[in-house]
Design a protein around this ligand. Structure first.
Ligand SMILES: NC(=O)c1ccc[n+]([C@@H]2O[C@H](COP(=O)([O-])OP(=O)(O)OC[C@H]3O[C@@H](n4cnc5c(N)ncnc54)[C@H](OP(=O)(O)O)[C@@H]3O)[C@@H](O)[C@H]2O)c1
Length: 276
């Protein structure tokens, strides 16, 4: 199959390159495939893909809050352009979305049927991306995931490792709950969804849930660091963009299709073992 991958250099894109290495891959990165370029749809269509996997996006949550113009241009309008490219080529489309489409008022995992209500610009721009993708390619497979980390790119695990190496203590938010997701595990699951020709909306993330503080504790424990972790509140963290206090995604629907990712802590263990 001929698969065009946007954001091929990102955390998920990099792992998808590995998971789909037997396929005919077109790596659609900047600057050749710039989402703000109106020509990007035609560029995508001209490569004649069978499938477009759209992982590229502006995911800096506070950056999006400071610069909504860029957030919407990249995450919403850019997604429309990618979808138009896929439609022109008669290709299937997969769009990667986020747990931040939810407002966090629930106390149990969000299912695919739960109403969305993003709290921040990033979540609103990604939600609009979902709607743009569906408007152009009604059979799009939308995969919402959460708290992603992987070998290629910046993420929470790498930040904690860097801070732990240089500081005696780190303050970490303990009142937001979600599900850490190892990009390699997600990429493997996406490869299986492609084989099954899945369509529609599906939630996929590491099994189980934790706070950012508990996530950090797991990282520190796995590495044997003696850095001290101090739990703090979201208010104390002083971050610009509001974040949902609870954004755990239900994976029950994924399970119905016989698919699952490992428990989040297994993902952390695996990732750290591979970094060592
Ligand atoms: N990370 C998370 O915690 C998380 C959680 C839920 C959902 N998601 C979603 O999952 C997807 C993959 O996330 P990720 O963590 O793999 O992201 P990532 O590592 O930040 O990679 C994003 C990719 O998008 C590219 N990109 C950014 N702006 C672009 C533009 N204007 N034109 C073309 N390409 C552009 C980046 O290129 P450069 O490297 O050249 O900048 C990079 O290759 C994203 O859509 C994100 O919204 C992420």
């Amino acid at each position: 199959m001929r698969i065009l991958l946007t954001g091929a250099n990102g955390q998920l894109g990099y792992e998808l390159q590995r998971a789909l290495s037997g396929e005919d891959l077109i790596l659609a990165d900047q600057p050749d495939y710039e989402l703000t370029d109106p020509q990007v749809a035609d560029k995508i269509a001209s490569t004649r893909p069978d499938l477009v996997i759209h992982t590229a996006g502006y995911k800096d949550v506070d950056g999006c809050e400071r610069d909504p113009g860029t957030a919407f241009t990249v995450n919403a309008q850019g997604t429309r352009r990618v979808a138009e490219g896929a439609a022109k080529a008669n290709a299937r489309l997969i769009y990667i979305s986020t747990d931040y489409v939810f407002d966090g008022k629930k106390t149990e995992p969000y299912t695919e049927r739960d109403p969305v209500n993003p709290l921040n610009v990033y979540g609103r721009s990604k939600l609009l991306g979902e709607q743009e993708a569906l408007a152009v390619c009604p059979e799009t497979l939308i995969i919402r995931t959460s708290w992603l980390y992987g070998a290629n790119g910046k993420n929470f695990v790498k930040t904690i490792l860097q801070l732990a190496a240089s500081r005696p203590e780190i303050r970490v938010v303990n009142d937001q709950r979600g599900s850490p997701t190892y990009a390699r595990d997600l990429a493997g699951t996406i490869a299986q969804m492609i084989r099954r020709d899945a369509r529609g909306l599906v939630h996929a993330g590491g099994e189980g849930e934790c706070t950012w503080y508990e996530f950090a504790v797991a990282i520190i424990q796995e590495t044997g660091s003696d850095c001290r972790l101090i739990p703090i509140s979201t208010a104390e963290s002083g971050r610009l963009a509001p974040r949902p206090s609870y954004s755990v995604l239900s994976t029950a629907f994924l399970h119905q299709h016989g698919l699952s990712l490992p428990p989040w802590r297994e993902g952390v263990k695996q990732f750290l073992a591979e970094q060592a």
